[in-house]
Design a binder for this molecule. Sequence first.
Ligand code: IPE
Ligand code: IPE
Ligand code: MG
Length: 266
Amino acid sequence: MSRALATNSQTTGPDTPQVLGQLLPAGLDPSRLPAHVALIMDGNGRWARRRGLPRVMGHREGVEALKRSLRLCSDWGIGTLTAYAFSTENWNRPGEEVSFLMALFERVLERELQGLERERVRIRFLGDLTPLPAGLRRLIADATARTAANDGIRFNVCTNYGGRAELVGAARRLAERVARGELDPAAIDEASFAAELHTAGEHDPDLLIRTSGEQRLSNFLLWQLAYAELHITDVLWPDFDAAALRNALLDYQSRQRRFGGVEPVG
Ligand code: IPE
Ligand code: IPE
Ligand code: MG
């Protein structure tokens, strides 16, 4: 088992196949887990500041929290994890912080790819990847291709992702097809629109977790989160652990999802 996904190896050996919900903590109903969890990993800077460390140390520690969360979601039988790693607005940060983050993404991807392959994780990067450094883009292309056929957890890393840019891009592509005479505007519906998004082919997230207490979406998955349950925790992202994930899932399981309907009687 890779270091990336190795926490529960005390109870299951490296080659033991995992049964859905086998390692779920007490109190969680394996039949009512979210199929897709979306994650706004926030609070790295504050985590570092509280320790008198530079902000970038928070980002380094944040990588550990992401590896931990991916492993837990995989072990607990969650089908898809979509994590917000870098927003279209994060370019507004100081140049050194942006450069550190890009170098960190490269280092981590290089280091973890073998483990992800071994764990049959299917990794994808959602967002406009063109402004990313060439080395990172090469690693992303390689990781995406090498894990595309994997049947384990689907792991989406939103990198240079912005919900508004994604919606504008979808509208533009549909308009271009209309202009070329290939598409009747009357044929544009929610399904054909969703098929133009970075998340084409994914189910919408059932649960959104945001760490560090901020009560906003920060341009994340504006279309896809239409009916997600929201769990906001004060835990700072580098401190997000099994107990915090369990709390989020318990919170999710306490909700009644109505999708605009009414409470079932009885
Ligand atoms: C989230 O932590 C990581 C990224 C946005 C890349 P922050 O860096 O936003 O941490 P805070 O919000 O400043 O504490
Ligand atoms: C959202 O966090 C983006 C990511 C987690 C990658 P931010 O820290 O950028 O969000 P704001 O600026 O507080 O809204
Ligand atoms: Mg933040």
